[in-house]
Design a protein around this ligand. Structure first.
Ligand SMILES: *Cc1c(COP(=O)(O)O)cnc(C)c1O
Length: 376
């Protein structure tokens, strides 16, 4: 059978930057008056491509950007992105220097780190912009002790080589509506931020991730830090459309081979699937080497010709197989969609995540560098 002349590609993630922009507008529309949107673009924009998504987020009204690492911040600067960038992760002394060189804001919760930062800023003849982090119950970065956080903040505010810009915390359970930990964290942080801002007017308080932004306007404070929702993924693992979000990513491949299977013919390593009756199997040249996880073997569905078809057999590194059914007339070269819409059908990232007992974040972050990203 001849390869159809369709414009297909082995494995491509088509990223709709207009959707990213629209999602940012949507997020801004739910914010309390005066609250700013910081778009979190770490981990290559949750696998979507950092720079194009950062640009789209800016166009959609995000006034801040946030990364996890200093390398990410430097990459944004190299691409010409201006405006505040917050590096949210822990920094080695060397990384702290690189952050200042990139003109990025950093997070601090120890006085020793702040002193180091001041020295580096002095040497660079720049001003180190600091956000103090209180751990109100995430049990990760930041200090549990509000007095230590206050000393760190006072130190930054009192040193001419530094500027105290913000106070922050991070929620552990914002995506679990009804739990009692979230309001307790918010209360602890609000008490700290109120005291801090009384002493240092103009310091911005920020706490909310995407889930918190939708869950409680009281958590918006001066700024929200949204990641997952920017990409049109649902922070609650439901349907993004219910929150007015549009998924930005489509993962596409094509049917490279179409074969008739007689009853008893098996597909793939370990023969985990065997045709019960005569059927047609399509081979898609994408696999766990692309981040389409092996755990999806005999679980996921794939869109071919606008219809859902079951992924059958074990996902290999570079190929997988789908049962196209006994009457299939699918031609080789037909496009296939693993995440996204085709015709009137749509496979959400949240659905793929459920098959893997994980979250949408991990599905898009896991798409490997071998998957080309395109932007439209
Ligand atoms: C990743 C991250 C965010 C964004 O979280 P989402 O759930 O993707 O909105 C916000 N704040 C911090 C500190 C983070 O690490």
């Amino acid at each position: 059978m001849a390869l159809s002349t369709r414009n297909v590609e082995r494995a491509v993630a088509r990223v709709d930057v207009g959707a990213v922009e629209g999602n940012c507008r949507r997020l801004r529309s739910v914010l309390r008056a005066g609250a700013e949107l910081c778009a979190v673009v770490k981990a290559d924009g949750y696998g979507h491509g950092m720079v194009p998504c950062a640009e789209a987020a800016r166009a959609g009204g995000a006034t801040w950007l946030a990364t996890a690492t200093v390398g990410e911040a430097a990459e944004l600067r190299a691409a010409g992105l201006v405006g505040p960038i917050l590096v949210q992760g822990a920094l080695t002394p060397e990384e702290a220097q690189l952050a200042l060189e990139a003109g990025a804001d950093v997070v601090a919760w120890r006085e020793g780190f702040v002193r180091h930062l001041a020295e580096v800023a002095g040497e660079l003849e720049s001003v180190g912009r600091v956000h103090v982090k209180l751990d109100t119950g995430m049990g990760r970065l930041g200090t549990f002790d509000p007095e230590e956080a206050r000393r760190v903040a006072d130190l930054a505010a009192g040193d001419p080589r530094l500027a105290l810009i913000g106070a922050m915390t991070h929620f552990a359970t914002a995506d679990e509506p009804g739990d009692e930990h979230f309001p307790a964290q918010l209360e602890r942080f609000a008490a700290f931020a109120d005291g801090l801002r009384a002493a240092h007017p103009g310091v911005i308080a920020h706490a909310a991730n995407s889930a918190a932004t939708f869950r409680d306007p009281a958590a918006h404070l001066d700024m929200v830090r949204c990641g997952v929702a920017v990409y049109g993924l649902d922070p609650f693992q439901g349907d993004p459309a219910e929150r007015g979000l549009e998924p930005a990513l489509t993962l596409e491949t094509y049917v490279a081979a179409v074969k008739r299977f007689e009853p008893g013919t098996s597909a793939g390593y370990g023969r985990t699937w065997t045709a019960g009756g005569a059927t047609t199997v399509g081979v898609l040249p994408i696999g766990y080497g692309d981040g389409w996880r092996r755990g999806l073997s005999n679980r996921a569905e794939v869109l071919v010709e606008g219809r859902r078809r079951p992924l059958v057999g074990t996902v290999s590194m570079d190929n997988l197989t789908v049962d196209l059914g006994p009457d299939a007339e699918t031609v080789e070269g037909e496009p296939a969609v693993l995440i996204g819409a085709q015709g009137s059908e749509r496979i959400l990232c949240e659905e793929v995540a459920r098959h893997l007992a994980t979250i949408n974040y991990e599905v898009t972050c896991g798409l490997s560098a071998r998957v080309r990203r395109t932007y439209a």
